[in-house]
Design a protein around this ligand. Structure first.
Ligand SMILES: Cc1cc2nc3c(=O)[nH]c(=O)nc-3n(C[C@H](O)[C@H](O)[C@H](O)COP(=O)(O)OP(=O)(O)OC[C@H]3O[C@@H](n4cnc5c(N)ncnc54)[C@H](O)[C@@H]3O)c2cc1C
Length: 413
């Protein structure tokens, strides 16, 4: 008998596209609607601040989650340039562009996140740029090709990756950051210093302990004034001051929301027929012992797949180790786990930090809470095992943890 059910996915990006793929891979034959307000079919964002922003044409094609023909071939009704404006969980409908109600049996929200903006004078000037979408990456790339002076506001992942791209294009780059090191909150002083040194070695000038008081220019940006009074000449200001989850639709539907859509470990929201995945969720993580909102690629990829299964009623426990990666100049890194500022008592290094070939472990009472491999590869599985064991209360010998001659896999004995 034909499956008459309709599954609607709102948010046509990585998490949404992976959920649609999983539905078909698992044999679902009902209707699948994948709705997104962007004009491009689902793509991955990481290249937008890396290879693509450095001018690689190949990176653009590779960024798409599926070939254009995939959606028709798999009978996935992809509606682009369409915004879902209303959610009625009682009627089981979503409204498209304010007019068109569509009925769902199960709904998946993968609405992701958007950039935080900087509300200072001059924010509307041409040349003040943000980076979230492929269009913004296109525009930034075109501008970087001709820019002389680039000011990056915020030394987080996006800020640092775009700083590296701007250096590649030959611009003078100044990074402005309120804290006293880049990535300080995420990595702590010991590892943050590695990134400060890396960028300085590549010609980046940092201004720490200050922020932007205004963007200046006559229609077009010409300089950035900092709160300490410094005036920096600028053709481009790239603002990377964080993101916020797109929870408006969930709020509209009366779902529970608190720093993201609240979901249980099975990715189910407070409504039994509505699930959520990717950047937008605040997950009740099964073994971290807390809720967590993860704003990274692997979480969207794996969360999308898990949500596809959850929509089908398969038992799902989304218990992955939080993971992200970054590439800046010749440094590639992966981070697994979760270590909050103040939540660990020391950082243990294994390898050659000066040569930027090492693993760093964030440790509390001998337990590994997180690990970051920099220019050391094929260790993620081992690091994630250490993190799982650490959260389960199992300590490791720290001298052996620091010793590159001891295989990571031997540490748990
Ligand atoms: C420049 C850049 C570089 C990155 N680099 C890395 C990296 O190196 N490593 C890493 O781990 N992560 C990286 N990330 C993060 C990663 O890309 C995100 O975690 C991932 O994109 C999240 O996917 P998502 O599907 O949950 O949401 P999103 O990608 O945010 O997509 C959500 C989609 O939903 C749409 N939408 C929202 N509301 C509605 C609505 N009401 N109606 C219709 N459509 C709607 C949005 O327009 C959007 O297309 C990067 C992000 C950016 C922007």
């Amino acid at each position: 008998m034909a499956d008459e059910r309709t599954f609607v996915i709102v948010g046509a990006s990585l998490a949404g596209a992976k959920a649609a793929e999983t539905l078909r891979a698992e044999g679902f034959t009902g209707a699948v609607l994948l709705i997104g307000e962007e004009t491009e079919r689902p793509y991955e964002r990481p290249p937008l601040s890396k290879a693509y922003l450095q001018g690689s044409e190949e990176a653009r094609e590779k960024a798409f989650v599926h070939p254009a023909s995939w959606y028709d071939e798999n009978n996935v009704d992809l509606r682009l340039a369409t915004r879902v404006t209303h959610l009625d969980p009682v009627a089981h409908t979503v409204t498209l562009d304010g007019v068109d109600p569509v009925r769902y049996d199960k709904l998946l929200l993968t609405t992701g996140s958007r950039v935080r903006t900087l509300p200072v004078p001059g924010a509307e000037l041409t040349g003040v740029r943000y980076l979230r979408t492929v269009d913004e990456s296109d525009a930034l790339l075109a501008h970087l090709r001709i820019a002389s002076n680039v000011v990056v506001v915020g030394a987080g992942w996006i800020g640092l990756e775009t700083a590296a791209a701007a250096r590649k294009h030959g611009a003078t780059v100044t990074v402005v950051e309120q804290a006293s090191l880049p990535l300080q909150r995420v990595l702590g002083d010991e590892v943050a210093t590695v990134f400060a040194d890396l960028h300085r070695a590549n010609g980046v000038d940092f201004r720490f302990g200050t922020s932007v008081s205004s963007f200046d220019g006559d229609g077009t940006l010409s300089s950035v004034t900092l709160t300490d009074g410094t005036v920096l000449p600028a053709d481009i200001a790239i603002v990377g001051v964080g993101i916020q989850p797109n929870t408006e639709l969930a709020v509209d539907g009366g779902l529970e929301v608190d720093n993201g859509i609240l979901v249980d470990a099975g990715l189910r929201t407070s409504d039994p027929d509505i699930y959520a995945a990717g950047d937008v969720v605040n997950l009740e993580h099964p073994w971290l012992g807390r809720r967590i909102r993860v704003e990274h690629w692997a979480n969207a990829l794996n969360g999308g797949k898990a949500a596809g299964k959850a929509l089908l009623g398969e038992p799902v426990v989304f218990d992955r180790v939080p993971y992200f990666f970054s590439d800046q100049y010749d440094l590639g890194m992966e981070y697994s786990g979760f270590a909050e500022p103040g939540g660990y008592d020391r950082v243990v290094f294994r390898g050659d930090v000066a040569a930027r070939e090492f693993i760093a472990f964030w440790v509390k009472d001998g337990r590994v809470l997180a690990g970051m491999n920099a220019n050391v590869w094929d260790v993620t599985d081992d690091i994630q095992q250490l993190v799982r064991a650490g959260y389960a209360g199992r300590p490791v010998d720290l001298a052996r943890l620091a010793d590159p001659d001891v295989p990571l896999g031997d540490l748990l004995g």
